[in-house]
Design a protein around this ligand. Structure first.
Ligand code: SAH
Length: 219
């Protein structure tokens, strides 16, 4: 408990976090709900102690097991793309990692169901949500490519690892629901926002991104 308190000093200062928010605003993130969610989420508690002094830089950082915590700008961009149509009830995330994106989503949605294929990461993210009092985030250690059928349909699906997204995941979207996912195209990834309507699916390209790979099976 003492170490958590000590780690907070300086890193959590209003000024440090505000600087990150201003940087994101400068990069085109305008939704105040998203900017507030970023300002309210203690990113330094989602990385190892050795990296906590860099937690409010706008960059991806290693979280162990070859994985990374997403760049704040990309987290903000995905969150903005998800809430554009209003506050989602249920959100599914594929790729819990550190839990940072899920924690940001937890302040803009009613409930977040997040899946992670590496058991160690799922376990530590679960502990973080518990100690932060985030009771609306549910973690499952599984291959997220299958979604979370017992909780479907979802108002939003957020994929935070890049690859070939199975079409069957779209079946777990509610009508009017949105999926935001980094799709592999050749050696590059594009962030695609797909909206489900009564008549089908509409796709929108949000630009180039770089995510760790989406892999099958569990570890
Ligand atoms: N959202 C995370 C980003 C973590 S990196 C954060 O904010 O920290 C992406 C994560 O996706 C990795 O932890 C990786 O293990 C996980 N992943 C990759 N393929 C997966 C799959 N099929 N199912 C669930 N998790 C997966």
């Amino acid at each position: 408990m003492v170490s958590l308190e000590l780690r907070g000093i300086g890193m959590t200062s209003e000024k440090t976090r505000r600087r990150l928010v201003e940087r994101l605003r400068g990069k085109g993130i305008t939704d105040p709900t998203v900017l507030d969610a970023i300002a309210d989420t203690p990113r330094h508690l989602f990385v190892g102690e050795a990296l906590s002094s860099r937690a409010y830089e706008d960059s991806a950082l290693p979280i162990g097991r070859g994985q990374t915590i997403s760049q704040p700008y990309v987290v903000a961009l995905m969150t903005e793309a998800v809430i554009r149509g209003g506050r989602p009830g249920k959100v599914l995330e594929i790729g819990t990692g550190s839990g940072y994106q899920a924690a940001v989503l937890a302040s803009v949605a009613d409930r977040v169901f997040t899946t992670e294929r590496i058991s160690e990461l799922a376990r530590s993210a679960r502990q973080r949500f518990h100690s932060l009092g985030l009771h609306n985030v549910f973690v499952r250690h599984c291959d997220g490519l299958a979604g979370w059928p017992s909780q479907a349909p979802f108002d939003a699906i957020v994929v935070t690892a890049g690859g070939v997204i199975p079409e069957s995941l779209l079946d777990q979207l509610s009508e009017g629901g949105v999926m935001v996912a980094p799709e592999q195209s050749g050696s590059h990834q594009r962030l695609i926002r797909t909206t489900r309507s009564r008549t089908g699916f509409q796709r929108e390209d949000l630009g180039a991104v770089v995510f760790v790979p989406l892999l099958e099976g569990v570890e």
